[in-house]
Design a protein around this ligand. Structure first.
Ligand code: CAA
Length: 258
């Protein structure tokens, strides 16, 4: 499919989505959000793809919602179209694993977009922030909810109330990013990590993702119960038999994704 604001590349079993709207620092206009949703749909439907990577440019992962596009919208406009819901949330609903590879600015909707992914690899020059307060609004794509879950109330509140940015080192210390990678290795490292995941059993990977995500949506007791049932269900798969047999026989497992 031809896209205007993104590039897509299939590398092995990994679907790579590159935000490519350089004139606006990859700000999320409606068409960009729609194209990302379409690319996620396509990769999700493709059995040959086991994991996704979303990235931007070296300068900007994404500078947030397109301020020029939304500045004149009325309350009725945003309410009626359910602004920042359709297409925007598609990434958070992806059942396959998604890694955000963030270099440069990840601000506002860009930071929220990265947090919708399963984990974030950051280049040394990455900068995260929720600067909506500086333009007279608040985060609208999950920033006030996901950020405190990642980094705790104190830092999240300071960022939301002041618009202060966090650099990659602080973001790693605070738990927002899983690892910092040299900028020129960022995408290759993210794709290599995604490829490792894609070579495991796809259904088991999806169950693991669902189970970790449940931790953010329920009580500990309910979450543990959910995990136990999902763990039990893995024993109904061919891949669990293959994985454990391969270990006992000292060979590499060949998963069939069944
Ligand atoms: N929307 C629209 N255009 C944007 C944009 C955005 N979010 N961010 C950057 N741009 C555009 C600039 O207007 C500029 O365009 P022109 O060349 O036509 O003037 C171009 O990208 C380059 O930007 P700068 O000249 O500002 O570049 P810089 O290096 O000096 O600064 C920056 C970079 C710090 C990212 C700065 O552009 C900036 O602060 N951007 C806005 C960030 C922001 O407020 N994001 C939150 C948006 S609201 C939101 O996301 C709501 C939500 O929760 C979903």
């Amino acid at each position: 499919m031809a896209y205007e604001h993104i590039l897509v590349e299939t590398r092995g079993s990994v679907g790579l989505i590159i935000l490519n709207r350089p004139k606006a620092m990859n700000a999320l206009c409606a068409d960009l959000a729609r194209e990302i949703a379409e690319a996620v749909d396509a990769y999700e439907a493709d059995d040959a793809i086991g994991a996704l990577v979303v990235t931007g440019s070296e300068k900007a992962f994404c500078a947030g919602a397109d301020i020029k596009e939304m500045q004149s919208k009325s309350y009725m406009d945003v309410y009626k179209e359910d602004f920042i819901t359709v297409n925007w949330e598609r990434l958070s609903q992806c059942r396959k694993p998604v890694i955000a590879a963030v270099a440069g600015y990840a601000l506002g909707g860009g930071c929220e977009f990265a947090m919708m992914c399963d984990f974030i690899l950051a280049a040394e020059n990455a900068k995260f922030g929720q600067p909506e307060i500086l333009i007279g609004t608040i985060p609208g794509a999950g920033g006030t909810q996901r950020l405190p879950r990642f980094i705790g109330k104190a830092k999240a509140m300071e960022m939301a109330l002041t618009g202060r940015m966090m650099d990659a080192e602080e973001a790693e210390r605070a738990g927002l990013v899983s690892r910092i990678v040299p900028a020129d290795e960022l995408v290759d490292e993210a794709v290599a990590t995604a490829e490792k995941i894609a070579n495991l059993s796809q259904p088991i990977v999806m169950l693991a993702k669902e189970s970790v995500n449940r931790a953010y949506e329920t009580t500990l007791a309910e979450g543990i119960r959910f995990e136990r049932r999902v763990f039990h269900s893995t024993f109904s798969t061919e891949d669990q038999k293959e994985g454990m047999s391969a270990f006992a026989e000292k060979r590499t497992a060949e998963f069939k994704h069944r």
